[in-house]
Ligand binder design. Structure first.
Ligand code: ZN
Length: 331
């Protein structure tokens, strides 16, 4: 994942504004996906240290992004004897000693704590308690950022001493553009955007797994060509053949049908432009009411399979019910 992408991240923008206007605090908790934590923390350090509050262009930025800025410290410290990705008291002790020393390159020091893996286990309160005092009485030019997936996992005493910033979902258009810049084809970029629910790490997972594109093409064909119970067999067979990854097929059926709604109602959320003709032809078969009813049926089928109802029965009923609903809710 490249750094440029997070330039438009809501946390980076909010921090940049706060530091520019002098309305910043010293300690922040960032709520974000685990896969984004390291890069997002780097951006936070950059906003603090860069004279332009994160321009991604100056010497300071280059040093921060290449990991060579001497006033940026990452914790947990991977260099310590025990190589672990969990915060320990030793990490906090290091921070407390280091914050007493003068900065080397400028007049500020930044500590980046990736605590995504540090909120479980028996000793989880220890490192947090050790950190409390410095959060309460922060050194003037010392900045601490703590990244977690869910701030509720931190001690309330930590949260009350920090400002909490939450990472928002990435917009569809930004994800498509990002993936295209990474060299994805238009189709793959659109597919990944469709299935990732605003999460870049999830989008990259979809890109890496070529079976998603195959599944999407199969689902689109099935929705287009299954017009009545007379020709429903291929659709039933498709789901039977994918018993092991039927959740993927369910997810794609729902996502494609929701795209037909967006195509009709919210163009800004329509991402499958490479399949526009197919989507049009599915629109012609499924009214808006039918789409909503079918997504409910898929959800129910998923629950039934999860609670061990016979797979074949669930699939047969699902396809029959979909066709029934499609017929009943005709346009
Ligand atoms: Zn800069």
């Amino acid at each position: 994942m490249d750094f440029a992408l997070l330039k438009d991240n809501n946390i980076v923008k909010a921090l940049s504004k706060a530091f520019k206007e002098g309305k910043n605090v010293n300690s922040y908790v960032l709520q974000c996906e685990k896969q984004l934590a390291d890069n997002l923390l780097t951006w936070c350090a950059d906003v603090v240290l860069c004279k332009n509050f994160g321009c991604n262009d100056c010497l300071t930025c280059r040093k921060v992004f290449s990991g060579n800025h001497l006033d940026v410290f990452r914790l947990p410290n991977k260099l310590k004897e025990k190589n672990t990705d969990k915060m320990e008291i030793a990490d906090v002790r290091f921070l407390l000693e280091e914050e007493e020393k003068r900065p080397v390159e400028g007049d500020k020091k930044v500590f980046l704590i990736n605590a995504c893996n540090s909120l479980k286990g028996v000793a989880v309160a220890n490192w947090q308690n050790a950190l409390l005092k410095t959060l309460e009485e922060p050194h003037k030019n010392v900045y601490i950022f703590i990244a977690v997936e869910n701030a509720q996992g931190l001690l309330p005493t930590i949260i009350s001493r920090c400002q909490v910033l939450t990472c928002q979902k990435t917009k569809e258009e930004e994800i498509v553009n990002y993936l295209s810049r990474q060299g994805c084809t238009q189709k793959v970029a659109q597919l990944a955007t469709l299935l990732c629910d605003g999460s870049l790490p999830k989008a990259e997972e979809v890109v890496a797994d070529t079976t998603y594109l195959v599944a999407l093409e199969e689902v689109v064909q099935a929705l287009k060509t299954t017009t009545s119970t007379k020709n429903a067999l291929p659709f039933v067979a498709l789901l039977h053949n994918h018993k092991d990854d039927v959740d993927k097929y369910f997810q794609i059926i729902t996502a494609v049908l929701m795209q037909t709604l967006h195509y009709r109602l919210h163009q800004e959320k329509f991402v499958l432009s490479s399949w526009e003709e197919d989507v049009c032809s599915i629109c012609a078969q499924y009214s808006i009411q039918a789409v909503l009813a079918v997504t409910g049926l898929v959800e129910k089928a998923k629950k039934d399979i999860d609670s061990s109802v016979n797979f074949s029965v669930v699939i047969d009923n699902l396809v029959a019910d979909v066709l029934e609903v499609k017929f009943r809710c005709q346009i």
